[in-house]
Write a protein that binds this ligand. Sequence first.
Ligand SMILES: Cc1cc2nc3c(=O)[nH]c(=O)nc-3n(C[C@H](O)[C@H](O)[C@H](O)COP(=O)(O)O)c2cc1C
Length: 332
Amino acid sequence: MLKIGNIQMDTPVILAPMAGVWNSAFRLTVKEFDAGLVCAEMVSDKGIVRQNEKTMNMLHINEREYPMSLQIFGGEKETLVEAAQFVDKNSNADIIDSNMGCPVPKITKCDAGAKWLLDPNKIHEMVSAVVDTVDKLVTVKMRVGWDEDHIFAIENARAIETAGAQAVFLHGRTRVQVYKGTANWDIIRDVKQAVNILVIDNGDVKTPQDAKRMLKETGVDGVMIGRAALGNPWMIYRTVQYLETGKLIDEPSVREKMDVCKLHLDRLISIKNENIAVREMRKHAAWYLKGVRGNAKFRNQINQCDTRQELVSVLEQLAEEIEAKASRVSAG
Ligand SMILES: Cc1cc2nc3c(=O)[nH]c(=O)nc-3n(C[C@H](O)[C@H](O)[C@H](O)COP(=O)(O)O)c2cc1C
């Protein structure tokens, strides 16, 4: 059992934040697939301070997601602290996370996201200011460095620890790598050895076996999974099972995939209007279909759907067609 401060996580497998990709509809599903913690996408500190409507909607949490973490990004102490205070008082999140990894120029130009990685003193100052002002637990998600010549992972992790944060989520790529190349697990191991707070690894965990190997090689406390969970909450469940029992459970059937896809759709509809939810669900449906044979024809149909009824009917048709094909094959 893993604990961040007084927050207990039933498993060491954590859902990574992914901006514009998942929200409480999917996070809740992943929680039901045994994630120890789910992390919400980054939210702008200035958006919170200005009470921007879109930003406020991003703070939506389903109470069954707990434990969960809300992430803020910002480049200036004043607004970061003000936003953290707002989240502290007005949200039921258990953890306030600070984004120190976003590589997007629009963000780094404002001294936010990965830009912090170049300055351990700034990290200390900003994280201390947040820790001192809130009651909730504070964590940081960062990358190993800015580029190959500026890797201050150990200094940065120590700054985070002395500032009073409880854990660091460490993506093993530099800012310059964005999401390409390989994550550097050696640096992650070195950081784990250098600090006493929890270190959670992130990056290049595509299978349950990767998770086990990574935990063994780096000695970190837990694993955070991002892209491998797209349309695939089973990645979380299968990883938990594999770590606990050493047994790899089967991939889900098409019927199971389509059922969870429908559940995801209904949860989206409950927090957005139907048309917006269905449009947003199109890309998720394509992820659920990944690896399903003969999915191309259905992908095109999904991209035409505007209502729940249309989308559910395509998903049903797909499951029936694949099941019929499978039973013809097994009959002979
Ligand atoms: C589309 C997309 C959106 C992301 N949004 C966030 C975010 O809001 N906050 C954050 O800290 N990381 C964000 N990340 C980074 C992921 O959380 C994670 O660190 C990265 O994808 C590496 O993990 P993976 O290899 O398991 O996907 C995002 C990544 C992608 C691809």
